[in-house]
Ligand binder design. Structure first.
Ligand code: PXP
Length: 246
């Protein structure tokens, strides 16, 4: 329990994999919109959805349907492409989280190279921000990426917790320290730090205890648990673990 933690760590629920299951049969069930409604009913703080180039889970029309169905803020995960910028400008989500995207990857495997891609990202960040969209950059917990986010003027970074989630023992402790240090560095420089990827009931507590973090985005594990216990119960249990860690 940290004495310095902000009152509430927000939980954004990534509902992509409800759409993955729907798309396995090509019909309409299960509908990610119904998942968004349940997340809202049980006190989730936001909905996260990634419209990938190959539309493997969330489809274009899902985004407007999610926005119409709930008043929760939508965190729109997007690649830094003209197609996705145009889409975000049309739909004006609360936030846009820019993620790296490679067609052959199973999930977003690494962080965005904000440092190496400054010139490509700068006009995108400006266009989204000018439209009133809160821009977030999904980055590895590295000082040079935080510095790059500062140069780009991003108000939010989401720290990639995948390495932490996959590491064990001492290596996990090292990854946790990197995330805690980068959350502190971001906050010190006026950037709101979020975190996500690979978080589960077993590994969320140490991340949730990092006092500067304002939001966690969690998807795959929650949707997997929902198969066994229901989505409402899975979200509530994650919420309890997050609250207990603060
Ligand atoms: N945050 C970002 C930026 C992501 O790309 C993802 C995965 O789509 C998540 C959070 C959620 O990760 P997971 O599904 O492993 O919980």
């Amino acid at each position: 329990m940290s004495r310095h933690a902000p009152a509430r760590l927000r939980l954004g629920v990534n509902i992509d994999h409800v759409a993955t299951i729907r798309n396995a049969r090509g019909g309409e069930h299960p509908d990610p919109v119904r998942a968004a409604e349940i997340v809202a009913q049980v006190g989730g703080d936001g909905i996260t959805a990634h419209l990938r180039e190959d539309r493997r889970h969330i489809r274009d029309e899902d985004i407007a349907r999610i926005q119409a169905a709930t008043s929760l803020p939508l965190n729109f995960e997007m690649a830094a492409t003209e197609e996705m910028v145009a889409f975000a400008l049309r739909h004006k989500p609360h936030a846009a989280c820019i993620v790296p995207e490679r067609r052959e990857e199973r999930t977003t495997e690494g962080g965005l190279d904000a440092a190496g891609q400054h010139n490509r990202l700068a006009p995108i960040v400006t266009r989204l921000a000018d439209a009133g969209i809160r821009v977030s950059l999904f980055i590895a917990p590295e000082p040079r990426q935080i510095e790059a986010a500062m140069k780009l003027g991003a108000p939010v970074v989401e720290l990639h917790t995948g390495e932490y989630a996959h590491a064990e023992g001492e290596a996990r402790a090292v990854e946790l320290r990197r995330i805690a240090d980068m959350a502190a560095l971001a906050a010190k420089n006026g950037i709101e730090p979020h975190a996500g990827h690979g978080l589960t009931y077993d590994n969320v507590s140490a991340i949730a205890a990092i006092p500067q973090l304002a939001e966690l985005n969690i998807g795959h594990y929650l949707i997997g648990e929902a198969i066994f216990t229901g989505l409402a119960s899975a979200v509530l249990k994650m919420r309890e673990l997050m609250d207990a860690a603060r």
